[in-house]
Design a protein around this ligand. Structure first.
Ligand code: ADP
Length: 474
C-alpha cells in the first residue's frame, strides 16, 4: 500500500483522533495553568512593588513632619543613591505639578509629571499608581503619586526589572515546557489509544479470520468487565449463536436431503419396474398408483414445510372462526379408534363439554391429528393412549395426549420440535420429522404452545395449551 493510500486511513482511525483530542486537551489545560500562574505571579509582584512605594511615601511624610521640606529634599537624593539611581527615583511637587526637589533623574528623564494623575489625586486625596514604559531602556516602571504633606506631592517610581526578568524567564520556561508537553501528550495519547483499542483490533482480527468452514475461533475475553471485554463477550455469544444456527441448518439440509431421497428412490424404482414389465398392464397400473402415492407424500411434506416456514416468517394464512372445540376433539378421537383397535391399544378420550373458541379448525385438526398419530404410532401393541380436553385455571384450554409408549430421552425433548428431526430409534417407523414442528407452529399461531413431558421408557405427555381469553364464548 502506498503512503498516499495509507494517509487518509490514518486520519480516519479512532486512535489518531483520540491522540489528537488527548494532546489538544492536555496542551490547552497546560496553557490555562500557565496563564493562571503568570497572572497570579505578576499580580503578586505588582502588589509587593506598590506596597514598597507606599512605604516610601509614608517615610517621606514622617520626615516632612519632623524635618520640613529641606529634610525631604535631602532624603530624596540619599534614598535614591542608597537603593541605586537606576532602581528608584523621587520627585517632590506642588499640587500645581511644579517640581521643587528630586533625586538624580538622568536615567528617568523619560518619565514626566502626569497632570491627569495629579488631578485624580487632588480629588481623591489618596494615592494614584501608574505603570510607565520607558522606551529607551525598554523597561517598565511603577510610579506612585501621593500627598506627603498638605501641599506636597511625592512622585516616586521603581524600575520593574524583577517583573521584566520574570517575564522573560517565564517565556523560556513556557516555550520549553509546552514543547515537552505537546510531544509527551502526543506520545502518551497514542500509547493509551492503541492500548485501549487493542481489544477492538483482536475482535477485528478474529472476525476477518472467520469463514463459513471456520467458526470455532473466539475473541480472547479478559474478564475485566470493561466495555471492550463486554464487547468481546457479546461478539463471542453472537458467534456461538451463528455456529449453532449454521449447524442446525446443515443438519436440517442433511435431513431434508435424506427424507427426499428415499421417496424419490422409491418412485424411480416403481418407474423402472413399470418399464421392465411394459406388457403386464396390472403391474403397470400398480406402479403408477404407487408413484402417485409417493408423490402425494412428497407434496404433503413440501406443503407442510411451506406452512411452517410461512407461519414462522409471520405470513401464515390462518383463518380464525368460532369452533366447538369439544365436538372437534371428539370427532378426531373417533377417527383414530380403528388405528387403536388394530394395535389393541386402550384408547380413551375425556372431553370437557361446550368449549367454544375462535380457532383455525383445519390447522388445529392437523396439529391434533399429528399428536394422536404419534401417540398411536410409537406406543407398542396393547398399550394405552388417553386424550384430555380441559380448562386450566390460568385462562388456558389444554388438549393433552398421554401415551404409554417408549418415551423420549431428556436430551431430545426440545430437538423433536425441530424440522425434520427424528430420534434415531424412531427411524424404522414411518414419518417425516415434520409433525411436531408443524403442531407447535400451529399452537403458537393461536398464541398458545405445545410442550412435552416424558422420560425414556415411561411414555410421553404432549400438551397443547391455547389461551381462552379474548375469544368470545357463543
Ligand atoms: P415423525 O413422527 O414423523 O418422526 P414428529 O415431528 O411427529 O416426526 O416427531 C419427531 C420425533 O419425536 C419422532 O421421530 C419421535 O422420535 C419422537 N416422538 C414424537 N411423538 C412421540 C411419542 N408419542 N412417543 C415417543 N416419541 C415420540
Amino acid at each position: 500500500m502506498s503512503l498516499k493510500q495509507m494517509m487518509p486511513d490514518l486520519f480516519k482511525t479512532i486512535a489518531f483522533r483520540l491522540t489528537l483530542w488527548y494532546a489538544g486537551i492536555f496542551s490547552v489545560s497546560s496553557c490555562v495553568a500557565f496563564a493562571l500562574f503568570y497572572f497570579l505571579a505578576t499580580q503578586t509582584i505588582q502588589e509587593q512593588t506598590d506596597r514598597d512605594l507606599l512605604e516610601k511615601a509614608r517615610y517621606f511624610s514622617t520626615v516632612i513632619q519632623r524635618n520640613g521640606l529641606m529634610g525631604a529634599s535631602k532624603l530624596a537624593v540619599i534614598e535614591a543613591q542608597a537603593a541605586g539611581e537606576k532602581r528608584i527615583f523621587f520627585r517632590l511637587l506642588y499640587p500645581s505639578g511644579e517640581v521643587f526637589a528630586s533625586s538624580h533623574m538622568s536615567y528617568w528623564k523619560d518619565i514626566s509629571v502626569d497632570h491627569g494623575a495629579i488631578d485624580i489625586l487632588s480629588h481623591t486625596k489618596g494615592h494614584v499608581f501608574k505603570t510607565w514604559l520607558m522606551k529607551p531602556h525598554e523597561q517598565k516602571a511603577r510610579v506612585l503619586y501621593s500627598f506627603v504633606a498638605s501641599n506636597v506631592i511625592l512622585q516616586t517610581g521603581i524600575a520593574m526589572d524583577f517583573q521584566t526578568k520574570f517575564i522573560s524567564a517565564f517565556k523560556t520556561v513556557f516555550i520549553v515546557s509546552m514543547g515537552f508537553i505537546i510531544v509527551f501528550s502526543t506520545v502518551s495519547g497514542l500509547f493509551l489509544a492503541r492500548k485501549a483499542l487493542s481489544g477492538v483490533k483482536a475482535i477485528t482480527r478474529t472476525a476477518s479470520s472467520i469463514s463459513g468452514t471456520n467458526l470455532e475461533k473466539r475473541v480472547p475475553e479478559t474478564g475485566n468487565q470493561d466495555e471492550l471485554d463486554l464487547l468481546a463477550v457479546t461478539f463471542n455469544r453472537m458467534l456461538d449463536r451463528i455456529e449453532d444456527l449454521i449447524k442446525s441448518i446443515r443438519e436440517m439440509s442433511d435431513n431434508i436431503a435424506h427424507d427426499l431421497k428415499s421417496p424419490l428412490t422409491r418412485i424411480r424404482g416403481f418407474a423402472e419396474i413399470a418399464l421392465v414389465n411394459m406388457d403386464d398392464l396390472e403391474t403397470y397400473r400398480g406402479m403408477a398408483a404407487n408413484t402417485i402415492e409417493e408423490s402425494d407424500r412428497l407434496l404433503d411434506m413440501i406443503n407442510t414445510m411451506l406452512v411452517i416456514s410461512r407461519a414462522e416468517a409471520g405470513g401464515g394464512e390462518f383463518i380464525f372462526k368460532p369452533v366447538n372445540l369439544s365436538a372437534m376433539v371428539k370427532e378426531m378421537c373417533d377417527l383414530f379408534v380403528p388405528v387403536a383397535e388394530d394395535k389393541e391399544i386402550k384408547f380413551t378420550c375425556e372431553v370437557a363439554d361446550h368449549i367454544q373458541m375462535e380457532v383455525d379448525a383445519k390447522m388445529l385438526q392437523r396439529a391434533f391429528s399429528n399428536l394422536l398419530d404419534n401417540a398411536l404410532k410409537y406406543t407398542q401393541d396393547k398399550g394405552r393412549v388417553h386424550v384430555d380436553l380441559c380448562w386450566e385455571s390460568d385462562g388456558f384450554v389444554d388438549i393433552r395426549v398421554t401415551d404409554t409408549g417408549p418415551g423420549i430421552d431428556s436430551a431430545y425433548l426440545e430437538k423433536i420440535f425441530d424440522r425434520f428431526y427424528r430420534v434415531e430409534s424412531s427411524r424404522t417407523t414411518p414419518g417425516t420429522g415434520l409433525g411436531l414442528s408443524l403442531a407447535r407452529t400451529i399452537a403458537r399461531e393461536h398464541k398458545g404452545d405445545l410442550v412435552v413431558a416424558s422420560q425414556l421408557g415411561r411414555g410421553a405427555v404432549f400438551s397443547m395449551r391455547l389461551p381462552y381469553r379474548n375469544i368470545p364464548i357463543i
